[in-house]
Write a protein that binds this ligand. Structure first.
Ligand code: PLP
Length: 481
């Protein structure tokens, strides 16, 4: 494809994206396909001739769009807001168009230095001190794995430089709660800790946040048994109920482990979803104590709306990070080594995309104030929805305290004067949610809390306004009747 061909096809593609976003509200929210439908719509063998951009755009409309659950739809309330602001989409296109190679500072100095500056802008925007330095990873899963790999190495005095975990006799333990995202256990397993050494710490029965007293007890019991508390993964905004683990108290418990001359366990903070709220000074009390953690990450690619993939990872002890992550093959060495950031030494991959461009475009084209305004709108909408459900009363029950933008609820009717419980209540919950999701009018994702299915209304898609929530409330009432 020549640049001129690209110009013509690119204009058509941009028009297609703009049209798609304009009409997204008229489309069914849930993907309209069954397993294998998309695969069957594609030729089994690779093409032997070329197609036009028009033919490809038609296939996008006919095959890809029906096979997409519309997370940009204002009636999408599933999982978490996964906004892909169009300003950041432009940055993503610029990144691909530039085609830079991020394997060293030398291979693309601007890729490195725009990323450094974007991480620093974002640090300032969420009120972190200048002790922190950041990198942009693909996902929070990678960031948590990175944090736990560094934790493992600090706990073993860099055992990777010798026999690795094989040389460590005392088992290393990781602490989190049953509300932590599944990526935390996955990272712990990949980092070699093993299921036996993942401790699920007790939580507050109402807020579902980590109980620091239970954390201290678990660490003491592990020490007594000859195990080493190596890392705690705390969460600001858990996936299910947006619980806020008490960071300051957790940091204190971890630090107390140093009292007996032990290395204190590493504290990693997973704020994947809720980190966006820290753009609002009035929300920062929710991660009070954050300056005491060892590493943290959050995803602009969720509620904030910088298109996936864009996960910020911050640490203070960059020397340690580099000791764990650095490689220095001769073909990547350059005269600038030592004077510049080499992001390949700050994480797992060698090659990196120019992800910072989408943040740069997003912040510059939309503006911080507009992003903050949208987040505040969502918080107000969530409060309104929560209060509406609560005021309705009767079978409608709020299932967990509202902390940000996710309202957790159940509809618990009585049949012949007897309240539904257990499996019957689960069947009722899953039934009315399935009905709504199949209608294409809206989308909700249920999850299990305290052994019982509940429904999460996760608010925060860019075009979602109050009238969309009024519509959802009316649909929910119809669905249970
Ligand atoms: N952590 C939390 C608290 C989350 O809510 C999620 C996603 O839902 C993740 C981690 C995983 O994020 P990613 O897809 O960026 O790995």
């Amino acid at each position: 494809m020549t640049p001129e061909d690209f110009r013509a096809a690119g204009h058509e593609l941009i028009d297609w994206i703009a049209d798609y976003r304009t009409r997204v509200e008229s489309l069914p929210v849930k993907a309209q396909v069954g397993p294998g439908d998309v695969r069957r719509a594609l030729p089994a063998a690779p093409p032997t001739s070329t197609d036009t951009i028009g033919e490809i755009l038609r296939d996008l409309d006919e095959i890809v769009v029906p096979g997409t659950t519309m997370v940009q739809h204002p009636m999408h309330y599933g999982w978490f807001p996964s906004n892909a602001s169009l300003s950041s989409v432009l940055g993503d296109i610029a990144s691909s168009g530039l085609g830079g190679l991020g394997i060293s500072w030398e291979s693309c100095p601007s890729l490195t230095e725009v990323e450094e500056v974007m991480c620093d802008w974002m640090r300032q925007l969420v009120g972190l001190s200048d002790q922190w330095r950041g990198a942009i990873n693909d996902t929070a899963s990678t960031s948590t794995l990175t944090g736990l790999l560094v934790a493992r190495e600090r706990a073993t005095d860099l055992s990777q430089n010798a026999a690795g975990l094989q040389s460590t006799l005392a088992p290393l333990v990781v602490y989190a709660t049953d509300q932590a995202h599944s990526s935390v256990a996955k990272a712990a397993l990949l980092a070699g800790f093993g299921w036996d050494n993942i401790r699920l710490v007790g939580t507050d029965p109402v807020t579902h946040a980590m109980d620091p007293g239970a954390l201290a007890e678990a660490m003491t019991a592990d020490r007594k048994a000859g195990r080493v508390p190596a890392a705690v993964v705390a969460t600001t905004g858990t996936t299910g109920v947006t619980a806020m683990d008490p960071i300051a108290a957790i940091v204190e418990v971890a630090a107390a482990q140093a009292a007996d001359g032990h290395q204190p366990p590493w504290v990693h903070l997973d704020a994947a979803m809720a980190g966006a709220a820290m753009l609002l000074p009035e929300c920062r009390h929710l991660w009070e104590g954050v300056e005491g953690v060892d590493s943290l990450s959050w995803n602009p690619h969720k509620w904030m709306g910088t298109v996936l993939d864009c996960s910020l990872f911050y640490m203070r002890d960059i020397d340690l990070l580099q000791q764990v992550m650095s490689t220095n093959p001769s073909y990547l060495q350059s005269d600038e080594d030592g004077d510049v950031v080499q992001y390949r030494d700050w994480g797992i991959p060698l090659g990196r995309r120019f992800r910072s461009l989408k943040l740069w475009f997003h912040l510059r084209l939309d503006g911080v104030e507009a992003i903050q305004g949208r987040l505040r709108r969502d918080l107000e909408n969530a409060r309104w929805f929560h209060d509406t459900v609560e005021a309705a009363g009767g079978p409608w029950k709020i299932a967990a305290p509202l902390t940000l933008q996710t309202v957790c609820l159940r509809h618990e009717p009585e049949i012949d004067g007897v309240a539904l419980t257990g499996d019957a209540l689960d069947a009722h919950t899953l039934g009315w949610v399935r009905g709504l999701n199949e209608s294409g009018e809206t989308f909700l994702s249920p999850s299990i809390l305290d052994g019982q299915w509940m429904v999460r209304v996760s608010i925060g898609v860019e075009p979602t306004e109050r009238h969309h929530l009024e519509r959802l409330w009316s649909l929910m009432q119809q669905a249970v009747s």
